[in-house]
Write a protein that binds this ligand. Structure first.
Ligand code: IVH
Length: 680
């Protein structure tokens, strides 16, 4: 089939962009010293995506754009690790750490035949995630696996490829070894974890109990597109095998990994004595709440690698390292009541009101119970004694009930039949219960307004929770559109407002009338449509009308939009009440800006491009193919000239193919043409 000719300029620019993006990933994830803003990064990324869409033949698997996931797998294949992946012995008491040092000293003396000089230790945070093995061949990431039983793990290569902090290619100028196997931890940042749980519960699925479970559940997916949506990061802390020699000290080994482009622990320290280790532990324990991710202790490693080898390992753990854990953040208390809160989308969430208890320095008096099934599974009732757990600043959760002998228990908790806020009927979907009141339910209306006014949405300054509550309670606002009918006089009647603050709020409301499509979509609070999906929709469709008119199939054809999001969109826009509110918003002066130019380019990505089709196509007729190109803004013409952008050559192409080759016009196979039109 016709070999594609490509403009050498495009190839060059693509290479440049990839190198630049890789450099910024490195600066961000390894050096923690970004040089450009997120917006600038996004721009580079978009330029690359657009170019690759135009030249699909230039897409390579190691391109930064290819972190979107691969077709789903049937199962996760088992793989044998090159070396066993050991685990660590763990201790929580200072005495046990001192005893570890003594043991190391004794055993080293035996191995070396003399008293060792000062034993130094490298200490690092103990990341609370899941351990992975990463294999690089000639600088390219070729395989990754979970720990499994330590001997064999699960092949999660395609899933790991979606992690932006994992280099697909090592820094070649730093001369990485031809064969390199490293070990690291995959985890989720706390803020990302909370946002993910919010998304998941809104979808009516069960929330993850903690960031570790979320990381593990996200990585061990058959469908890597799901992993791609999950905010996972990786940090590497150990070389398991490599060609050539390694530095003598663990510290330098980490530095080498960082030079090759791998993220390594930032908060590491070289300790001269075991007392320094204890001091580090003491220092970092209170810091753990300020770290953006969960750590459950520190890992103490003998600094010299030749001594590590001399000390060797037991069956499951090395003799040269130990996990020095923090005191667990779990406390015991009583459930005083179980109440039900109503969220923005109407979801009812059971909340336990607790007898206040201090967990890791913070007083806890309520804990989420997520949903009715979870309450039933853990069998939590009013009056029960329970263990509460706190992960960073995440909302505390009840980990388990502590049975008390001879206790008399209250009857099991049941969800109410009527919404505790508005009294509307409660509907059920799987484990989830919803209030059917929608905007008639003050709790939902308040949530919807707060969301609409939030920073990521219409960004209405001064319209916070308290103001929203008053507006709803006084009946001044009954739906989103009413916000734009508010007068300054009405605002002045609210508590806490004076002339100036009322003017500021009316100005802010006025200013928000100019909204981007992306922010507006996000602000509507459609289930499953968060910031990212709103952006995808805005770029793909370009206008609100196009989105409102789209049917399920059209949505599902968009990359990243699956059946659940599609049906949520269709049902939202299918509801007369929602269409009416949108209509009123527009009547009241809301102007929706078309997305930035690249949005149009995505929607009408082939704008101005001319196509010539020759030969027989397999998947559709030539006429259909022409129409497809035209829908995306392209033009189909019948004869090849220098100005033709693409010649699509099917079976038995005629003289047009020869003409294209003679003129140096890009030739696409049917497959390549498909990719070009399907790429988002
Ligand atoms: S070193 C042979 N370093 O903790 C030594 N492990 O409880 C290999 N972990 O399975 C481990 N942070 O998943 C090491 N900085 C760190 C770590 C770390 C987290 C995990 C690792 C291991 C578990 C042991």
């Amino acid at each position: 089939m016709g070999k594609s000719t490509t403009a050498p300029d495009a190839q060059k620019r693509i290479e440049q962009l990839r190198t630049e993006i890789r450099r910024h990933d490195y600066l961000y994830y390894v050096k923690d010293r970004p040089e450009i803003s997120d917006a600038e990064y996004d721009r580079l990324f978009r330029d690359l995506s657009n170019l690759e869409a135009a030249y699909p033949e230039l897409v390579t698997p190691d391109s930064p754009t290819q972190r979107v996931g691969a077709p789903p797998l049937e199962e996760l294949k088992k793989v044998r690790h090159e070396k066993p992946m050991l685990s660590l012995d763990s201790v929580t008491d200072q005495e046990d750490v001192l005893a570890f040092d003594k043991r190391v000293r004794r055993e080293l003396a035996k191995e070396l035949g003399r008293e060792p000089d000062d034993i130094q230790y490298t200490v690092e945070p103990k990341y609370d995630g899941l351990s992975v093995e990463l294999v690089y061949e000639r600088g390219l990431f070729v395989r990754g696996a979970t720990r499994g039983d330590g001997i064999t793990g699960e092949d999660v290569t395609v899933n790991l490829r979606t992690l932006r902090s994992l280099p697909l290619q090592l820094q070649t100028d730093a001369d990485p070894p031809a064969h390199l196997v490293v070990r690291g931890e995959v985890y989720m940042r706390l803020d990302d974890f909370q946002a993910l749980n919010r998304r998941i519960t809104e979808r009516g699925e069960e929330a993850f109990a903690n960031p570790r479970n979320a990381a593990s559940g996200s990585l061990r997916q058959l469908d890597s597109k799901i992993t791609a949506e999950r905010p996972l990061v990786v940090t590497c802390y150990e070389t398991m095998a490599q060609s050539g020699s390694l530095p003598l000290a663990h510290w330098d080994e980490l530095e080498a990994l960082a030079r090759w482009g791998l993220p390594v622990p930032f908060q590491r320290r070289l300790c001269r004595t075991i007392e320094d280790v204890v001091a580090f532990h003491r220092e970092i324990e209170p810091e753990r709440d300020r770290l953006p991710f969960e750590i459950d202790g520190i890992v103490v490693k003998v600094a010299r690698r030749d001594w590590q080898v001399a000390l060797g390992e037991k069956s499951r753990s090395p003799r040269w390292a130990i996990a020095y854990k923090f005191t667990p953040r779990k406390e015991i208390t009583q459930v005083q009541d179980i109440v039900v809160s109503v969220g923005r989308t109407g979801t009812l969430t059971p909340l336990a009101l607790l007898k206040p208890v201090e967990v890791g320095g913070v007083t806890i008096s309520r804990a989420t119970l997520h949903n009715a099934d979870e309450v039933a599974r853990k069998d939590i009732r009013v009056g029960d004694t329970v263990k509460v757990e706190r992960a960073g600043d995440v909302i505390p959760a009840i980990s388990e009930r502590v049975p008390v002998p001879d206790e008399e228990r209250e009857p099991p908790f049941t969800m109410p039949d009527a919404c505790p806020v508005c009294g509307s009927a409660v509907a059920r979907e799987g484990a989830y219960y919803y209030c059917s009141g929608q905007a008639a339910c003050p709790a939902q209306l308040k949530g919807a307004l707060e969301h609409f006014a939030s920073k990521q949405a219409l960004n209405i300054d001064g319209l916070g929770r308290k103001t929203v509550a008053q507006l709803v309670e006084r009946g001044l606002v009954k739906d989103l559109a009413d916000l734009y009918a508010l007068t300054k006089e009405q605002i002045l009647t609210l508590e806490g407002f004076a002339d100036r603050s009322a003017s500021l709020l009316t100005d802010a409301v006025e200013k928000s009338k100019q909204a981007s499509l992306e922010r507006f979509l996000m602000g509507l609070g459609i289930r499953q449509v968060g910031q990212h999906i709103a952006r995808v929709l805005a770029r793909r469709f370009g206008t609100l009308e196009a989105i409102m008119q789209a049917d399920r199939e059209t949505f599902e054809r968009v990359h990243e939009i699956g059946p659940e999001i599609a049906s949520s969109l269709v049902s939202y826009f299918g509801e007369a009440r929602n269409r009416l509110v949108i209509q009123r918003l527009l009547q009241l002066g809301l102007r929706i800006e078309a997305p930035a130019e690249q949005g149009h380019r995505t929607a009408r990505r082939l704008e101005g491009k001319t196509f010539v089709f020759t030969g027989g196509l397999e998947r559709c007729s030539r006429d259909e193919a022409k129409r497809l190109a035209e829908v995306l803004g392209g033009r189909a013409v019948s004869s090849v000239s220098k100005r033709t952008d693409y010649v699509v050559a099917g079976k038995d192409p005629g003289s047009k193919l020869d003409e294209a080759k003679r003129l140096g016009v890009t030739v696409l196979t049917e497959e390549e043409f498909r990719k070009l039109i399907e790429a988002t």
